[in-house]
Design a protein around this ligand. Sequence first.
Ligand code: NAD
Length: 498
Amino acid sequence: MNTFPTSADGLTSFQMWIGGRWCEAASEARFESIDPFTGRPWASVPDAAAEDVHAAVCAAEDAQRGAWGATNGFARARLMHRLADLLERDAAGLAAVETKDNGKLLREMQGQLEYLPAWLRYFAGVADKLQGEVIPSDRPNFMVYTRHEPVGVVGAIVPWNSPLMLLMWKLAPLLAAGCTLVVKPSEHTPVSALAFARLVDEAGFPPGVFNVVTGQSADVGRALVEHPGVRHVAFTGSPGVGVKVAQSAAAHFARTTLELGGKSAQLVFPDAGLEAAANGVIAGIFAATGQTCVAGSRLVVHRDVHDALLQRVRERTERIVLGDPSAAETEMGPLSNAAQFKTVSGFVERAVTDGARVVTGGCSAPDLGELFYRPTILTDVRPEMEVAREEIFGPVLSVLTFDTEEEAVELANSTEYGLGAGVWTADVRRAHRVAHELRAGNVWVNAYRVVAPNVPFGGTGASGWGRESGIDAVREYTVTKAVWIELSGATRDPFTLG
Ligand code: NAD
C-alpha cells in the first residue's frame, strides 16, 4: 500500500496531515525513523515545533465549529464504517509499516491491525445512539433533559509499542462523540499515523477532523498538551510523563485520560492447570518482547507448584525463537530503541547486584542485532526489590512465591500500579474472590492479555485513570448539559434558589 515517495537517500518520505492537506513543518526540518531490526533509518518525517501544533489545533477547532460540528451521528457512523472498510483493505501494509518502525513481530502487528476496524464499527454503532435523557422534575412547571455534547478538540499522545491500536482506542470513541483530534505519535514510531491519515482522507472525513503532528522533541507533545484549544488530553505513556501531562492540562482546565504503565502480576494457585499457566506466563511477559503495558512481569506462584511451573516456563523460554520480526518463525524481535535496551539491561544488572538469580537469559544477543535482549527469568526476588516494583517494559520476569491466598493478593497489590492481573486456578470460587480483591483495572482468569472493543480497558493508581474501549469510553469525550424548560410562564421570588 505504501506509495509514498522515496528520496535520493533511499528513505521513504512522509509529510504531516494538518487541516486536510499534506505539509512540511514550518521550519522544513525533518527527522528519521530507525528500523530497530537493521539499526538503519528507513523513513523520514517532518520535525514539527509549537507553531505546527498551533496550526493543527486551529484546524481541528475550525472543523469542530464547522462541517464536522454540524454532522449528525448517522453521518459520522457512515464515515467510520467507510474508514473501517479501508483499514481492512490496508491492514497488511500498515502492519508492515509498524514493524519497520518498532521492531515488533509482523504477525502481532497484523493481528492488531486486522482487529482495529472492529473498534470503528463498534463505536459507529454508538454514534447514532448518543441520546440524552428526560429527567422527571420534582417541580410541576419544569421539563428537564440532558444532551451529551462533544468536549471539543482532543490532543492525543501515543507511545511506540502499539501505535495505531492505541491511537484507535482514542479515535473511535471520540469520532462517535463528534470530537476532532490532533495526534502526536511517538518520536520512535512516527510513520504509521501518517500512513493511516491517507485512509481518513480517502474515507471523506472533513478537513481538520484528524490531524497528525510528528516531532522529535518532547516540546511538541508539551505544546499540544498546553494548547488552550485542546479540551481533552488522551495520553498513553509512562507515569512520570503522565503526571506532567495531567498538570499541564489542568492549568487550562482540559480533561485527561491517562493510560500509563504497569507491574502486573500473574497469580498461579496449586490447583491451576500448569501447562496452560506456563503458556499464559510466557504470553504475558515475552510476547511483544515484554514491551506492553499489561506485561505480566511478576509471576506470583504458590510454593507447592513453584518448581514444576518454573521448569515448564524455563523450558519454553529457552526455545523462544529470536530474530527478524518480519519472519514467520520468529517469536521475539529486538527491543524497540537504544534507550529501552539500556533500561532493560540496567534493571537486570541491578537485580543481580541486589541478590536476584538469573534462571535464564540476563544478557543481550549481539549476534542477532544491537537491540536484542534474551528472555530473562529472575528468581530469589524479594517484594521490596526494584524488579518487583518498577516497570521494566522488556522481556524480564520476576518470580515471587506465596503460601496463602491472602499473601498472594497482598503481593499482587504491593506496587503503586494497578493495570492488569492474571489468576490461574481451577476453583471458581477462588477465581471470583481473588479477582475482586486485586487492585487492577483488568483481571484475566485462566487467560492473559485479551482485549476487545466493547470491554473497558484502563488502570488505577499509577496506571492512570479513565477507560478506553467499552461503551462508556465515548463519555470520556462528551460533556453533559442539563436543559431546564419552564412551562408555566409564571414568575417567582428572584432571591431564592429556584
Ligand atoms: P513516555 O511517557 O516516555 O512518552 C510518551 C510520549 O510523551 C512521547 O511521545 C513523548 O514525546 C511525549 N512527552 C514527553 N514529555 C512530555 C511532556 N512533558 N508533555 C507532553 N508529552 C510529552 O512513554 P513511552 O516510552 O513512549 O511508552 C512507554 C510507556 O507507555 C510505558 O510506561 C507503558 O507501560 C506505557 N503504555 C501504557 C499503555 C496503556 O494502555 N496503559 C499502553 C502502552 C504503553
